[in-house]
Design a binder for this molecule. Structure first.
Ligand code: 13P
Length: 337
């Protein structure tokens, strides 16, 4: 089937009461890892690319790898999503290339670093909603700012500096018409999210629940949702890495989020760690090897295992077959009416 709109997958997830992992990619092996995990678990798929990933893969390579995924796995509904679009132009270029979903992250200015005003965020997000919906493409917005930096994008700092205000979230959805809303509840991008297991003081699940109660029809998105598992930290460090002790978002907290309106869960760091650990292991144990396949295959397998575990935990496993694809053109008509 062709790439599908993210709105369709999130609407289905809301009906079924589950969440869908959105995994970041830069190259062929990462796309293959996600697709293998999805086929083994029969899961709907959201693949996302940051601006950095689009530039790394020269855009067209990434796009055609995704088309290859739709050809090889025609039974799986697959979304191609722009992660953290920094401007209307970035989102437009993704839509023009064939992405079926875009994030307009107007919580930051176009530099991708400076927190913006509410008015600026509404203005640019509304603009993207208009041009995306005309083509049936889904739009995710962000209110409040995540902590940390990913691929050069982010407000930095810890996740508590720019938390989402529930009143603003309600107003933002009303004024922009976004399909999905990323909220800041204490998480941040990258490996260093929390210096100990998060509590209600550092990971504000209560705020998430409040927002869901006020916006029951809006699909919520949890960014910065890698769990940074200890076993992945240990493999990296065992084979010469230098990660400092750190904590991510426990899977049980994500599951609580899913019970309260979270339909998209962004995961990048865990996969990066799985890949790095597997490659370090081969380099340490078999330094005579120099065929990239000797370390890229274990790396791909390690990422597949993480994606598979998340797909099961988020409840998307077994759901792919229930989704009958609706074209973006039909979505465009529906948005119009
Ligand atoms: P992690 O760094 O926790 O994997 O978050 C990724 C993310 O939110 C991408 O937008």
């Amino acid at each position: 089937m062709p790439l599908v709109s993210m709105r369709q997958l999130l609407d289905e997830a809301a009906k079924g009461g589950y969440g869908v992992g959105a995994f970041n990619v830069n190259n062929m092996e990462q796309i293959q890892a996600i697709m293998e995990a999805a086929t083994e678990t029969q899961s709907p798929v959201i693949v996302q690319a940051s601006r950095g990933a689009r530039s790394y893969s020269q855009d067209r390579f990434l796009y055609h790898l995704m088309i290859a995924a739709t050809e090889i796995y025609p039974e799986l509904p697959i979304v191609l999503h722009q992660d953290h679009g920094n401007s209307v132009a970035t989102c437009k270029s993704a839509i023009d290339m064939g992405f079926t979903s875009v994030m307009m992250d107007g919580s930051l200015m176009e530099d991708g670093k400076t927190p913006s005003s509410f008015e600026y965020n509404v203005k640019v997000t509304r603009e993207v909603v208009e041009l995306a919906h005309a083509k049936g493409v889904t739009v995710e917005g962000e209110i409040g700012c995540l902590g940390g930096i990913e691929d050069g994008h982010g407000a930095g700092g810890d996740g508590l500096e720019h938390l989402t205000d529930p009143d603003q979230a309600v107003e933002f959805v009303k004024q922009t018409g976004v399909d999905a809303l990323a909220i800041a509840i204490g998480t941040s991008h990258g490996a260093y999210k929390f210096s100990s297991k998060p509590t209600g003081e550092t990971l504000k699940m209560e705020t998430l629940i409040q927002i869901h109660n006020r916006l029951p029809g809006t699909h919520l998105v949890m960014h910065g949702s890698s769990s940074v598992p200890k076993d992945l930290q240990d493999i990296i460090n065992q084979y010469g890495g230098k990660l400092k002790p750190t904590w991510g978002v426990p899977v049980e907290e994500i599951q609580l989020g899913i019970k309260n309106g979270v339909r998209k869960i962004n995961v990048d760091t865990d996969n990066r760690m799985a890949i790095t650990g597997a490659i370090r292991k081969v380099f340490a144990e078999a330094p005579e090897k120099f065929d990239p396949r000797d370390y890229l295959k274990p790396a791909r397998d390690a990422m597949r295992a993480v994606c598979k575990a998340r797909m099961v935990a988020f409840g998307q496993a077994g759901q792919a077959g229930k989704i009958k694809p609706v074209s973006c053109r039909e979505y465009a008509r529906a948005y119009q009416s």
